[in-house]
Design a protein around this ligand. Sequence first.
Ligand SMILES: NC(=O)C1=CN([C@@H]2O[C@H](COP(=O)(O)OP(=O)(O)OC[C@H]3O[C@@H](n4cnc5c(N)ncnc54)[C@H](O)[C@@H]3O)[C@@H](O)[C@H]2O)C=CC1
Ligand SMILES: C[C@]12CCC(=O)C=C1CC[C@@H]1[C@@H]2[C@@H](O)C[C@@]2(C)[C@H]1CC[C@]2(O)C(=O)C=O
Length: 257
Amino acid sequence: MQLQDKVAVVTGAASGLGLGSCRALAAAGARIVGFDRDADRLAALRDALGEQAMTAVVDVADEASVKAGIDQAMAAFGAVHVAVNCAGVADSAKTVSKGEPFPLTTWNKVIAVNLTGTFNIIRFAAVAMMRNAPDGDTGERGVIINTSSGAAWQGQVGQAAYAASKAGVMGLTLPVARDLAEHGIRVVSIAPGLFDTAMVAGLPPKVSQSIVDRMILYPNRMGRPDEFAALVRHIAENTYLNATTISVDAGARMQAR
Ligand SMILES: NC(=O)C1=CN([C@@H]2O[C@H](COP(=O)(O)OP(=O)(O)OC[C@H]3O[C@@H](n4cnc5c(N)ncnc54)[C@H](O)[C@@H]3O)[C@@H](O)[C@H]2O)C=CC1
Ligand SMILES: C[C@]12CCC(=O)C=C1CC[C@@H]1[C@@H]2[C@@H](O)C[C@@]2(C)[C@H]1CC[C@]2(O)C(=O)C=O
């Protein structure tokens, strides 16, 4: 899809990988609709991108909030061509800790934001995309890009909920792509390794440094949001990519424990 003047909805737009995606898609000429829970940081994004962008405070886990956000995007720009799911949380706990079972409140939150939230955006964005005229050359009406994680394959200690949510994102990629193919809508997920964002800044520096030193193959550093965003842009532009999950992780491979 040619991105010039197309409309891209990005969730988690106020920070990290979502913010990087907004910048990359805007640089390619797309108009940006940024969704996040964080109103202050959304305002900074809008100021940075100017009239090329609108933002809305949206909780991706909440059906009414997502519907209202997509309605706002349609009212402002008249269409949705690209949807990028980056909103996510990484709350962790051991399956049993000090004799107590994993708190279900934590489990439900992580699944609600990372998995249900992703599907909420997918279904409302797909309805909007179906209204687009098919591209004259390719028949394409839209593209949906989700964020899974290397944790879908190799979740770490304490990441049962996070890894399950990200395996869920990977798992829905093919069936949703099958559902939407007849409408000219592609669905691709990305599985990032370790990227330098606020989410990772929350880890003890010793932990992130030890992942970089011992488990990342080459280059021996965390990824930058612009490196994730370059892949988002490529997926949006390359019509032949569909129904798959692509890793961007510098060959990260974790030890058993
Ligand atoms: N940073 C990393 O190493 C990796 C990140 N990921 C995934 O990439 C995605 C982006 O993460 P980062 O940019 O690193 O984190 P981040 O913490 O910098 O950004 C996440 C954004 O999502 C927003 N958000 C959280 N819950 C929300 C909700 N219910 N509704 C709307 N917005 C909400 C936050 O306000 C924040 O702005 C997440 O899905 C994360 O799980 C996956 C693998 C590695
Ligand atoms: C950065 C992650 C996810 C967020 C968090 O709270 C803790 C983390 C530390 C371990 C990271 C997590 C995620 O990025 C996926 C990887 C990099 C994980 C270590 C291995 C990982 O599962 C992977 O294999 C990546 O390819």
